[in-house]
Design a protein around this ligand. Structure first.
Ligand SMILES: Cc1cc2nc3c(=O)[nH]c(=O)nc-3n(C[C@H](O)[C@H](O)[C@H](O)COP(=O)(O)O)c2cc1C
Length: 503
């Protein structure tokens, strides 16, 4: 256990979690795919069949069947993003009109059984055939889409050529939703933070139930909370365990986040028609939040992003099928932006409040011999635990950029930054944002390490990825407080995994 951490603090973070009420959860049997619905029959009445110029990948609608566990989503126009008054919104959620065409979406996240059947293996951390598959990269997800399309006689939509991926919108196979389709489907006509209205409870979704919406600003007096703290299950649960949204989709909030097609990039304020995101980038969007996320990160508008090679026990996907009318003859080719190598000159840069991250950073320094830099503030946070909790949530809420007291000399000499920080309110402390905005990270690799009190990385990796989109974000290490007796081995494994130490 950590000697630097005031025992009082550690107990507080843990006691709070332990004292939360346990809420009974009603689990229903998930439906698995069986039977099929004739696709053209469902659609024929809704939209006139187009007569696209025949081209590679186009198919006749008459031959397509839609699995029973898909729902038809009638296209429409909606408000994408969040209004400026929505608590805990991100600045990247600019409200704008989005229009999406008709599509079909799977009612559930892809299960481990479905994944195993097509891919022949199951990468998930948790085990159970009706649990959502997780630990899948974006590349794994699109590979599954193609493999399942082939198996079912559909035309694969993705052409995967190393890091470069094309999406043939004329093909009729399985695919990921676009970010706009995902949000449209999640909202199911709602404009509130969640499709369950203004709050979401642990009986409505599987998430880090100790931290319901707006707990941050009501931590010490919870009377005003619309939803009180509930169960934190610390695992995925069977798909279909909670009530569906108004359009019959299960688990759009929580359980696992879901990969989308789009590269992460800024929204336009202009109305968008069937947007597919930027044509290049380094991060892919994922949505909806997972079992390990606070409620604020489950919001319909919340945008998470990670490199397409990233995987996590908190992240899976669900499927979409286009309708014949949306087989527009568009082929997009997108490329992954420049990536670093994870080697070369190394700098360990870290921020700490109570010392845990410092002790981990020094351990890493002993092993690597790298230069080390502690990020310090012109106006340090209070040393009082309750006060810093409040200061930190306020800073995060207004996306403050605290002024830093020191700078890395000649940052250009470093190729790899081992970036250490404590998990604060399920994300990074804002001094890390000041640090990331203070330098150019193009071509550099950031290798995060996060000290936490049970929440692991929270959404800190998304926050780093968004702030340094031109850096390569390598595999992170999360350490419980200052780490246990196995810390040395965990660090060694992590450094080897990232090619910083030889195997
Ligand atoms: C302001 C504040 C917010 C915190 N928020 C979280 C959290 O959301 N999840 C979590 O697991 N731990 C949280 N913790 C606990 C810290 O992540 C943990 O104590 C960490 O080891 C502190 O690292 P440090 O000693 O380098 O500051 C928080 C601590 C503070 C002071």
């Amino acid at each position: 256990m950590n000697k630097n951490l005031p025992r009082r603090e550690m107990l507080r973070w843990l006691t709070y979690a332990a004292a939360s009420t346990l809420v009974a959860c009603h689990f229903t049997d998930p439906t698995t795919s069986s039977g099929s619905v004739n696709w053209s029959a469902q659609d024929a009445s809704k939209t006139p069949a187009p007569s696209p110029t025949p081209r590679l990948g186009s198919v006749s609608s008459a031959t397509i069947k839609v699995p029973e566990n898909f729902v038809f989503i009638k296209g429409g126009t909606f408000l994408m993003g969040s209004p400026t008054f929505e608590p805990w919104r991100g600045q990247d959620e600019i409200l704008h009109l989005g229009t999406v065409s008709d599509f079909y979406m799977s009612k559930y996240e892809v299960t481990q059984e479905e994944y195993q059947e097509i891919m022949g293996y199951n990468p998930s951390t948790f085990s159970g055939k009706n649990l959502p598959v997780e630990n899948v990269t974006w590349f794994d997800a699109i590979t599954y889409c193609n493999a399942r399309s082939k198996k079912e006689g559909l035309t694969p939509v993705y052409t995967i050529n190393g890091q470069s991926v094309s999406w043939n919108r004329g093909a009729n196979g399985y695919r990921l939703p676009t970010e706009a389709e995902w949000e449209y489907a999640c909202r199911a006509g709602t404009t509130t933070p969640f499709n369950t209205q203004t709050s979401i409870s642990a009986e409505e979704a599987n998430y880090y139930g100790h931290y319901p919406y707006e707990i941050e600003e009501n931590y010490f007096s919870q009377g005003n909370l619309a939803t009180k703290p509930g169960q934190y299950r610390q695992t995925t649960v069977a798909v279909g365990s909670f009530a569906p949204n108004r359009w019959g989709l299960y688990g759009m909030h929580g359980n696992v986040s879901e990969w989308c097609w789009d590269y992460y990039g800024p929204y336009s304020t202009q109305a968008q028609n069937d947007p597919t995101g930027p044509t290049s980038g380094t991060l892919r969007v994922y949505r909806g939040g997972g079992w390990n996320d606070f409620a604020k990160h489950l919001r319909s508008a919340y945008r998470a992003a990670a490199p397409p090679t990233h995987s996590s026990y908190n992240l899976g996907f669900r499927l979409v099928l286009g309708t014949p009318t949306t087989f527009a003859s568009v082929t997009e080719t997108v490329n992954i932006a420049n990536t670093g190598t994870g080697k070369g000159n190394i700098l360990i840069a870290y921020f700490t409040w109570s010392g845990n991250t410092r002790s981990i950073a020094h351990r890493v320094q002993q092993i690597t011999g790298a230069d080390i830099f502690e990020i310090q503030l012109v106006n340090p946070y209070s040393t009082d635990y309750n006060t810093v909790l409040d200061q930190a949530q306020r800073d995060q809420n207004r996306q403050a950029r605290p002024r830093l007291a020191n700078r890395v000399e000649q940052m250009e000499q470093y190729d790899t930054i081992l970036l250490g920080y404590p998990n604060w309110w399920a994300s990074i402390p804002m001094p890390i944002a000041s640090f990331l905005e203070g330098y150019k990270f193009t071509g550099k690799t950031i290798v995060p390490f996060c000290s936490h009190g049970g929440g692991r990385f929270g959404q800190s990796l998304t926050a780093i990825a968004k702030l340094a989109p031109d850096a390569t974000l390598a595999k992170g290490l999360s350490v419980y407080y200052s780490g246990g007796p196995n810390l040395q081995n965990e660090i060694l494994f992590w450094l080897r995994q990232n090619g910083i130490l030889k195997p």
